[in-house]
Design a protein around this ligand. Sequence first.
Ligand code: BES
Ligand code: ZN
Ligand code: ZN
Length: 485
Amino acid sequence: MDIQVKSGDLLAQPSELAVLGVFEDEPLAEPVASLLEVADFRGRAQQTLLLYPRGALAPRRLLLVGLGKRDTAGAEQIRQAAALAVQQARSLQVAAVTLGVATTMSLAPELTGQAFAEGFELGAYRYWIYRTGLSSEQTFAVERATVYTTGERAQLVQAGVAEGQIIARGVKLARDLVNGPGYAVTPAKLGDEAVALGQRLGLRVTVLDQAQLEEQGFGGILAVGKGSANEPRFIVMEHGESAEGKPTVCLVGKGLTFDSGGLSLKPADAMETMKSDMGGAAAVFGAMQAIAELDLPVHVVGLVSSAENMPSSTAYRPGDIVKTLSGKTIEVLNTDAEGRIILSDALFYAQRYQPAAIVELSTLTGAVIIALGSHATGMMATEQALADRIREAGETSGERVWQLPLWDEYREMVKSEIADLKNLAGRPAGSITAGAFLAAFVGDYPFVHLDIAGTAWADKPAKSYHSHGGTGVGVRLLVEYVKGL
Ligand code: BES
Ligand code: ZN
Ligand code: ZN
């Protein structure tokens, strides 16, 4: 999409559709005020009203979009309003829209532009490549947006727009990967995707196949992948170089391209959406793409463990003992707790970079959905300063995280009698014991675990810039975090 920022008065520009953001309960200036006879529209967040000014203004249509109260209206309100705007433009089949806000915003202009571009691009996203017979309204593409602002802000808003568009492309990449069916998005396919990203963006990429995993002792990934005809992969994507005063950050993703549960088979309804069990990997892909395109001055290493968890005569079993890359052994009690097993190898591998931080994302536990629903990602951390930075990045990016404790008592709960660890610690504190398990593989490096099981997939999206399916959660958060380093 082409998004231009200009200085000028939105209502004086001819347009098929002008979109005006309005703060709640703030009087509208003329001539808009006299278009509203009664106070039906108050500017509540996400309230919309379509008007036909019939010559009273230069635009043919005027869409009012509520931004909520001025003191609570931040980037997230802009993002959501922008998504509503592009959706309205699509259904009216208007290819070029103009936009502006009724009064000046206090939000920093770069952030305003970034949030606008994210909302506008993501609001237009639909995963409809497998649908036939779409109507012209459904296939209509909005091509151009022109944002009107005051003179001195325009350049900064435009810079933010450019960043927001790059970030949105990363989010869309993550959504496409999550939405792709399990037969199409296999571990090998993720490996190919990484190689393609590398060639396009200059990332250094290594993909380890089954034979190489065997040679090098990636026992966790191999155990989980054993039951599937689709062989596992371990993927490394590197942006920038390590240097004095330039921190190295490892981003680690769970890439279960399908999680049937294995021999500890999931019930049918719990399996329905398990093609999305590579949402953590998808976030790492999307973030690596955006970080490379923004050319952020940080050494970032993306690590993805990818396998398919299937039941078969070659599958790993409850009762098996797995020797991981670290040398530590895991007693398998439930083959459906496979994420922590494949991640153990990736987290141990991350230590070779002596990273300033390891940030790992995984659709790890159903328990986090019980705890937080779909409105926050669960966070556990071994270093509070890192957790605080991630929480900040979550607030700024609109991808909120909520911290759970990682006390020693929880680490005790994942110890096994006959191996070093067991992959199941019962139902109490299910998300935390999973995090405690992961923390056993990162040594002393600062580590944050983000459980995105509740946020990576939306059946009925609660946000206007989401649509049914993958949300691409994590991309905006990771980019915001890396930008702040
Ligand atoms: N991939 C699932 C977790 C999940 C559940 C993600 C729902 C998204 C939505 C994970 O591999 C899993 O099955 N976890 C088990 C762990 C249990 C056996 C300890 C769970 O949460 O039930
Ligand atoms: Zn599972
Ligand atoms: Zn899983």
